[in-house]
Design a protein around this ligand. Sequence first.
Ligand code: PMP
Length: 394
Amino acid sequence: MSTDGLLAQRMARLKSSAIRELLKHSKMDGVISLAGGIPSEALFDFQGLNEATQRAITEQPSSAFQYGLTEGSPVLRERIVELCALRGIKTHAEDIVVTAGSQQALDLVMRATANPQDIFVVERPTYLAALQTLELAEAQVMSVGSDEYGMVVDELAALLETTRIKGVYLVPNFGNPSGVTLSEARRRQLLELAVRHGFLIIEDDPYGELRFTETRQTTIYQLAQEAGHADRVVYTSSFSKILAPGLRLGWAILPDWLLHKVAIIKQAADLHASSLSQAIVESYLGLGRLSAQIETIRHAYRQKAELLSSLMAQELGDVIEFNQPEGGMFLWARFRQPFDTTAWLQKTLEQGVVFVPGEFFFADHPDRSTLRLSFATATQEQMHEAVARLRRAL
Ligand code: PMP
């Protein structure tokens, strides 16, 4: 019997991750990867995680191993309120849903808000897996450009003159893949547009804490709160980049009209985030080690970013341009002349180094001359060698 027609039609629109295909070989012996968007495990606070895990399973075994509330553990949500306060966001435990990574928060929010064909606007380039959540929710995706100050909000304003949009998804701090941060003026302008045109802003902020300077941008959520428009913004963040991604814990701050609906979808998806992970993070935060851990990561990533930037400028500055990263995990670069970085990947692989070709981060109008390099995991020695290999591959 044929199995034709058994798959839902929307599956036809879903692209398999071309990146995964391309990078299958990146785990081969001797290949240095600047591709993965993963944190450095050399920086994980294993001692603290170990202690937190021991405490979680000895001091609160029944909650660690029992079903919990869909919205997440009340204690953890209180702790998240405190974390958000450090970011300038005043919130309450009842406004928060704890999710399986911020990835799930994005998926739930897109599903709760997108009707088929509703238009969501993203940055060009944008985070690939957010595009997948939009595709699964059957939304229509449009993009606006981004420069060194982040999303070009004027372009969005021009689009809004002719087009009704449902939402804007963006990574305003040290974006993946662009590394750029949205300026305060543009944050305000975006919020004004959201209020005037009645769309939702999805502010995805997994990297905001990984800043290399002391300057902290005000979150769009905070600006919205101050202007009395917090009902227009969803704020998502995560423990993945500041603690450990394998815990799979993130959160969303949601307006009243949306929170209960998101909770219902979450119930259908997985009932609630892992009780054990939540208990571990609760204990970890109780140990008071997080701020020192964030400092360790910031310091280490800043050094790595500086090294990669200087090597790139030295070895490849004649052909490639980029902005020096000011936070996060990525250096986003562009060949000065038109160049196909996807085709080049084959050559760099032969030399034993991989990156992610930029074209995959575009919802439309891909710029094939771009590439994303991650500085999070490679050691100093590997970085020297990786950049030398990139040069040889030219
Ligand atoms: N948003 C962005 C911009 C990301 O880069 C990532 C992870 N790479 C996520 C969300 C999801 O991360 P997690 O589910 O681990 O919180």
